[in-house]
Write a protein that binds this ligand. Structure first.
Ligand code: SAM
Ligand code: MD0
Ligand code: SF4
Length: 365
């Protein structure tokens, strides 16, 4: 397709028309400077319609780096004996959440390796993660995202009842053979089903994929279709970054535009969705391009000096990843931090459109 073809596709997207698989494939393949700029500009226009110039900030607390799994791309894999692991105490986690809330984040993302310690039933019949969700929600009043990996339907219900709003669980790819290579020994179907259970429990869902892990352009296209079928509320793509102690190297490295171009295409396909620019993947400097591509959430903001880690970046103890430190980036991109009310409004609207809510309404009538 020639450039004018691209422009017609972008115009269609601006007019709210559903893009065909061929059109999406074409946009995902754009790499030439001017064509990419036009794609990004369109994505920003669409973001502007739904969110104005406002962005949301997510605080990230990776409270246990113990994990029972062996994902090939992740430094927290069980077989990585070179890693010094930690498991934070409840008071350390709550204190860090309070600190992030005071710094002005809109949400607290409680993330962990698949560490049974937080999911086992206590003698009083409660579960540690559930108690944490309840306490942090009560103390900060902020929406909570949980990222505990694959958990049971019952556990998801308990977390929702304790006050969790979001369940994040990234399939990484929707190409089964690639999934099996990346998430060794894990079930594709169980991971997918966990998201369905979470929706049935009334949680909003974040779905995500990795790039640079040997995926093809058609795999990304397929993932976007799966995200649509899931009705994910937040969608993300992150570039794989090699780590010490993992079997994967960057041999399969995607080009640098794969992530931002896909972010822009996500914005065209899911105009009103939350789409993250992660400060973890390339640090705060990497935010600009992701925001330029149409992202509207800055994730992985971290309390400094508390020994919490990121998934990818080691430099988490400086204050570089606090809300105030990213102000220059926002200014550069002519963006502003949204109010807490804006975020709550988005959540309420989204929830009221969910199948869970519709079913609830029907059962009341
Ligand atoms: N353990 C939970 C799970 O796997 O769902 C939550 C935490 S997990 C570390 C969060 C995500 O980080 C993964 O799903 C993956 O997308 C991303 N991630 C892990 N290692 C990465 C790497 N080396 N480069 C880029 N992203 C990575
Ligand atoms: C991020 N490091 O947003 C975090 C993490 C888990 N829900 C989020 C991948 O980049
Ligand atoms: Fe564990 Fe999650 Fe890392 Fe996989 S991605 S090894 S489940 S922490």
């Amino acid at each position: 397709m020639i450039n004018s073809g691209s422009d017609a596709v972008l115009q269609n997207a601006l007019h709210g028309q559903k893009l065909s698989p061929d059109e999406i494939r074409h946009l995902l393949g754009l790499r030439e400077g001017k064509a990419v700029s036009r794609l990004f500009r369109t994505a920003r226009q669409i973001r502007g319609r739904h969110f104005g110039n406002k962005v949301f900030l997510y605080g990230f607390l990776y409270f246990s780096t113990f994990c029972r799994n062996n994902c090939r791309f992740c430094q927290f894999r069980k077989a990585n004996f070179s890693l010094e692991r930690y498991r934070k105490t409840d008071s350390e986690i709550i204190e860090a959440a309070r600190r992030m809330a005071d710094a002005g984040v809109h949400l607290i993302d409680l993330t962990m390796g698949e560490d049974p310690d937080f999911l086992q039933m206590n003698s009083n019949g409660s579960v540690r993660l559930e108690n944490l969700v309840h306490k942090i929600k009560t103390e900060t009043g902020l929406p909570i995202m949980v990222s505990p990996g694959v958990i049971s339907s019952d556990m998801l219900k308990r977390l929702a009842e304790a006050g969790a709003d979001w369940y994040a669980c990234y399939q990484e790819t929707h190409h089964r053979p690639l999934f099996e290579r990346l998430r060794i020994g894990q079930s594709y179907d169980e991971r997918w089903q966990a998201k369905k259970y979470a929706q049935n429990a009334g949680l909003l869902i974040e779905e995500g994929i990795l790039t640079g892990v040997g995926e093809t352009a058609d795999d990304i296209l397929h993932s976007l279709e799966m995200m649509r079928s899931l009705k994910a509320d937040q969608v993300r793509i992150m570039s794989f970054r090699p780590q010490n102690g993992i079997p994967m190297s960057d041999d399969l490295k995607a080009d640098d535009l794969s992530e931002p171009v896909t972010i822009a295409v996500m914005r065209l396909i899911f105009p009103g969705a939350m789409i993250p620019a992660s400060s973890d993947v390339d640090g705060p400097d990497g935010l600009r391009q992701r925001l330029r591509a149409g992202a509207n959430v800055i994730t992985s903001l971290i309390p400094p000096g508390k020994g919490f880690t990121g998934v990818v970046t080691a430099d988490t103890d400086s204050a570089q990843r606090m809300p105030r430190s990213i102000a220059p980036v926002l200014e550069h991109c002519a963006l502003e931090v949204a109010s807490a009310k804006d975020y709550m409004r988005w959540i309420e609207t989204r929830r009221s459109q969910s199948e869970f809510h519709q079913k609830l309404q029907d059962s009341v009538c």
